[in-house]
Ligand binder design. Structure first.
Ligand code: NAI
Length: 319
């Protein structure tokens, strides 16, 4: 099936490190007819630059809050990488004080101008920003848990890369589900469910699990103050966006791991594999069979993830 270009997608934070690379990848996506690039500044330049690429998608820049509503109207998918990234020594939670307010304001505008659009939230801490977005939508009376996704695709992309390298597998064949959340030990790659079926020694399991959990910090340290992952994140976000659009277009059997409203554990939000369809998250899949090693990590991550969720809910409802 060749779906036609019929979707409007907005990127909020489009002039940033992730936003610019992501916008380029989206401009190349044949499912997208209109790309709206919003940021507090600099989007006219990014949009003019991108508009010279000879792909079918048309692109328009929107700068400043007074243009936000127009950027959002008619959107099918809104992707949010707005906010500050980490510097060496910072955790994702250290970004909360700035990014929580940014995400809250942007989600208020989404709830008002495109309440039925799918949201892909990239801004960290994702473990808290997804609960914030959900509370905003609840307050506005437009909440649909199937539409709000925390983007954890980079954890899957990293896992697939590291495991194919470690095991000499073709990276195009490898698929590792990653569950939990998106920060430090809340990132739980299920190496026992690696496709194709792969055996790991106890040392390999520990080294790979810990590397995947700290992979974002690896990039933050290598960039030495110049930010966090942008190129790999843009790649991962483009993959997630494409999966959402393929689901919307009615394609069957589209799955990605994502941090969503979930009843898979006792926590209200949790990342597992999600089936994407015309309504967004059609089905949130269970964690499945896991090993005692993975159970140990799962027990450890739950209290940390719960604290981040509670922090987001409290922030969104504080006035
Ligand atoms: P950046 O600083 O390069 O870009 C952020 C952009 O957001 C800037 O252009 C800025 O003007 C814009 N912005 C700030 N306030 C805004 C507002 N109110 N409305 C619209 N735009 C606004 O940062 P970068 O590297 O692009 O990272 C963005 C976010 O993505 C950070 O929070 C970072 O932690 C997160 N991130 C998430 C990952 C994930 O796996 N989910 C991976 C890597 C980064």
């Amino acid at each position: 099936m060749t779906a036609k270009a019929e979707y409007k997608v907005a990127v909020l934070g489009a002039a940033g490190g992730i936003g610019q690379s992501l916008s380029l990848l989206l401009k190349m996506n044949p499912l997208i007819s209109d790309l709206a690039l919003y940021d507090i500044a600099n989007t006219p330049g990014v949009a003019a630059d991108l508009s010279h690429t000879n792909t079918t998608c048309s692109v328009k820049g929107y700068a400043g809050e007074e243009q936000l509503a127009d950027a959002l109207k008619g959107c099918d998918l809104v992707i949010i990488p707005a906010g500050v990234p980490r510097k060496p020594g910072m955790t994702r939670d250290d970004l909360f004080s700035i990014n929580a307010g940014i995400v809250k304001n942007l989600c208020e505008a989404c709830a008002k101008n495109c309440p039925k659009a799918i949201l892909n939230i990239i801004s960290n801490p994702v473990n808290s920003t997804v609960p914030i977005a959900s509370e905003v939508y609840k307050k506005a009376g437009v909440y649909d848990p199937k539409k709000i996704f925390g983007v954890t695709t980079l954890d899957v992309v990293r896992s697939n890369t590291f495991i194919s390298e470690a095991k000499g597998l073709d990276v195009n064949d490898v698929d590792v589900p990653v569950v939990g959340g998106h920060a430090g030990i809340t990132i739980l790659p299920l190496l026992s469910q690696t496709y194709p079926s792969t055996k790991f020694t106890a040392e390999e399991l520990e080294a790979l699990t810990v590397r995947i959990q700290n992979a974002g910090t690896e990039v933050v340290e290598a960039k030495a103050g110049a930010g966090s992952a942008t190129l790999s994140m843009a790649y991962a976000a483009a993959r997630m966006a494409e999966a959402c659009l393929r689901g919307l277009s009615g394609e069957a059997e589209v799955y990605e791991c994502s941090y969503v409203a979930s009843s898979v554990t006792d926590l209200p939000y949790f990342a597992t594999k999600v089936k994407l369809g015309p309504n967004g998250a059609e089905e949130v899949l269970p964690v499945g069979d896991i090993t005692d090693y993975e159970k140990g990590w799962l027990e450890k991550l739950i209290p940390e993830l719960k604290a981040s969720i509670d922090k987001g809910i409290e922030f969104a409802n504080k006035d």
